[in-house]
Design a protein around this ligand. Sequence first.
Ligand SMILES: Nc1nc2c(c(=O)[nH]1)N[C@H]1C(S)=C(S)[C@@H](COP(=O)(O)OP(=O)(O)OC[C@H]3O[C@@H](n4cnc5c(=O)[nH]c(N)nc54)[C@H](O)[C@@H]3O)O[C@H]1N2
Ligand SMILES: Nc1nc2c(c(=O)[nH]1)N[C@H]1C(S)=C(S)[C@@H](COP(=O)(O)OP(=O)(O)OC[C@H]3O[C@@H](n4cnc5c(=O)[nH]c(N)nc54)[C@H](O)[C@@H]3O)O[C@H]1N2
Ligand code: SF4
Ligand SMILES: [Mo]
Length: 781
Amino acid sequence: MSTRTAFRTCPLCEATCGLEVTVQDDRPTKVRGDRRDVFSHGFLCPKGVALGELHEDPDRLRAPLVRRGDRLVECTWDEAFAEVQRLLVPLLDDHGRDACALYLGNPVAHSPGATLYAPLLAKALRSRNVFSASTLDQMPKHVSVGKMFGTALSVPIPDLDRTDHLLVLGANPLASNGSLMTAPNARGRLRAIRARGGRVVVVDPRRSRTAEEADEHVRIRPGGDALLLLAMVHVLFAEERVALGRLGAFTAGVEEVRAAAEPFSPERVAEHCGVAAPDIRRLARELSDAPTAAVYGRLGTCTVPFGTVTSWLVDVLNVLTGNLDREGGALLTTPAIGTQHTRGAPGHGRGMRTGRWTSRVRGLPEAMGELPTAALTEEIETPGDGQVRALITVGGNPARSAPDSGRLEAALAGLDALICVDIYRNETTRHAHVVLPPPSALERDHFDVVFTRLAVRNVANWSPAVLPRDEDAPDEWEILLRLLGVVTGQGPNVDTAMIDRYVAVEAARRESGDEHSPLAGADPEDVVARLVDAHGAPRVGPARLVDLMLRAGPYGRGVADGWVPGTDAAPGDVDSVLAAIRAHGLTLAALEAAPHGVDLGPLRPSLPDALRTPSGSIELAPEEFLADLPRLEATLADPVDPDALVLVGRRHLRSNNSWLHNLPVLTGGPERCTLQLHPDDATRLGIADGSTVRVTSRAGAVDAPAEVTDALRPGVVSLPHGWGHDADGARLGVAGLRPGTNSNVLTDDREVDPLSGTVVLNGIPVTVRAADRAAVSAPAG
Ligand SMILES: Nc1nc2c(c(=O)[nH]1)N[C@H]1C(S)=C(S)[C@@H](COP(=O)(O)OP(=O)(O)OC[C@H]3O[C@@H](n4cnc5c(=O)[nH]c(N)nc54)[C@H](O)[C@@H]3O)O[C@H]1N2
Ligand SMILES: Nc1nc2c(c(=O)[nH]1)N[C@H]1C(S)=C(S)[C@@H](COP(=O)(O)OP(=O)(O)OC[C@H]3O[C@@H](n4cnc5c(=O)[nH]c(N)nc54)[C@H](O)[C@@H]3O)O[C@H]1N2
Ligand code: SF4
Ligand SMILES: [Mo]
């Protein structure tokens, strides 16, 4: 028996913890936190531990599936791709490019193969019907920072480790482990703020685990954040507390913001946001008095009717208090592989445009090259030119994650072709014609392309695959390139190595044409020829692209001075690796020699250089955002009904959206898929703890066990999403035993934040009553 230890970054959430995996005879037997990881220092959560169980899960797909009548049967890879070709090519020929849609789910952001190659598939498809989980999630933040700072990825990250005051809105990092704020061990980092004399305030309708850890919990009405933040802006101006400091020299629109906030006094918004006027004033004063402070908003500020305006106001407060771009405040990152705001000419750029095209049926706006997922169902349902007849999903489960999913599932079942790149036969993929499973996470290389760009420190880790994969099983990026072969008319048997090389050369060409890149003026073919490993073998796939991005990034020196480990650094010797990086620039070889990662330091001020707005200024008052304020002001005329109920979601540490429910190690303990409600509401409605209740919205109805708890604000009920694992045709043996109920039967695809097209998933109007025992529910599926 051979036993070895491998180190790798956990790909399951945004925290990017370093893991130490024990492998016996090519089987993972134990997962622990890597104490030497430069960022996570040994921290991990139960999901990281479960990575081995995920690999071993007998229900995880090892071979492709193809539909034969009403059954999905295993087949060879060639058979699977031949079927994709048979289904898609005539459909694209007869009905045009828009007839095939693409949906990219959350795990795409966690796999470098998918992150780097799915956009190539999207481009090659040439369909406007590209959708993703972003419009169920963070798109409002991309739009707000895009307009303010110039790129969709210019997200200010709270400087968690140095701030004196953290104002958190609609985020629960103790359960989610942080989002748009990569920070392993969020609890430890939040506790450290208080330990050094700082203050943590959490604004949330529910007393979340994060709220429990805070100095103060503000129990806001769902959707009330835009009003709260605007009133805080109002107070800063009224009390002459606006202090931009050095930002003043490159910030436009301050007077417009003052005028916009003028009508939103604390007294006027208090009832509608559910926070008393004196508290709003105090929150504003505390923020402005703190030596340093960061305002941070997440899902509860995005998936609401004013998601973009709320996301904007978060950073308006960071700017007005002088906390943007300063230590202890909120800063843009300087990631190892670079990002949109580190590329090109410093100080200005093209800015971010949205709405360059719109969805066919409802005219919802494009953002970041995709259309809102809220439009997916109607684009499948509605006949006419450009109707969606085929869908490719990559790492997505829209049958559980998207709004009004009862209707969406019916639409999925009626597609002419559903092709799923996925590791499970679940609620979505059970409707598929072909399922193409990528290898397990432990069988692939990993580099966190997305989350190193959103982290509270600039760090970089390269993880080689822990386990070998089956010889004939393609890696995730190879699956995507074969699909690209189909949709470009080259067929599924394209030479993926050749396309991959072409992709690398084109990436090198873009760098060589950028006079600010370390690769400026280089010959792209020559650049790619030099991207070799320690043995001189050409790199391929994500490894080659990551090496290129590292060499072209803020710590790179191009290819001329390539460094090979072993020449002047012993692998694993952190100091000599860092010395080599200083001498030769950052390369993939350097990361390979540092299995616990490379720490490139804390966040550092980068403005105005990192701005990419056309004006070269921070745009504090984008016109589109100001134009949404009358709609916000109009909500103040709506009467506040004390008996109305609204639904919000919640996340559990041992869950991950709609999956990981099939792993025994994560699914024990009390029932999690419960409808939480406040005791006052339970009494008023005659609902006993543990009894079954029926929850009804405009879109649908579900039954769930009631959990009576004063954690919630009265008038707010909470049900987690991603459950409902009792669907016929899925193969989820463990999840099916405790299926829970699908909360997205209740959410409504008609309700969107108009500026980003992001669907409203929090604050859904519902009624709740004791369920009639005789009536069995579950309209989904
Ligand atoms: N009501 C409500 N709905 C929500 C939310 C909410 O808070 N409330 N949250 C929203 C948010 S933030 C998000 S991000 C979305 C998520 O929406 P989705 O991305 O659509 O859903 P997931 O549940 O993350 O599904 C992930 C899928 O990827 C598969 N998978 C896992 N690993 C891999 C892999 O390595 N490669 C591939 N190809 N597939 C893999 C899983 O089997 C699963 O089918 O849900 C949204 N929906
Ligand atoms: N364990 C676990 N970790 C995860 C995930 C998971 O499913 N499970 N999902 C991952 C994904 S895809 C994402 S996007 C992140 C999300 O990361 P977070 O945003 O940190 O996670 P949530 O738990 O959804 O936190 C949202 C909070 O907003 C509150 N809220 C709801 N409506 C409102 C409102 O109107 N105003 C305010 N102020 N608060 C409101 C909710 O009560 C909830 O506590 O988590 C990621 N990490
Ligand atoms: S916190 Fe996230 S990255 Fe860390 S072990 Fe858990 S799932 Fe993995
Ligand atoms: Mo998400």
